[in-house]
Design a protein around this ligand. Structure first.
Ligand SMILES: [Zn+2]
Length: 54
């Protein structure tokens, strides 16, 4: 059975990379950490990935 649900990937708002860590921060809760540009923050861009299996 196939579900036609679009996959999403989280990307960095600064450099567009999908290499993000999800980090727990003690006071502020959760944050993302970009491997490439070292962006740290709670805001990330969610992108649709249509043809993931190609
Ligand atoms: Zn980045």
């Amino acid at each position: 059975m196939k579900l036609r649900r679009p996959k999403t990937v989280l990307t960095c708002p600064q450099c567009g990379s999908a290499d993000l860590y999800y980090e727990a921060a003690l006071i502020t809760g959760y944050k993302y950490h970009c491997k490439k540009c070292n962006y740290i923050g709670a805001f990330v861009v969610e992108k649709d990935v249509e043809d993931a299996g190609r």
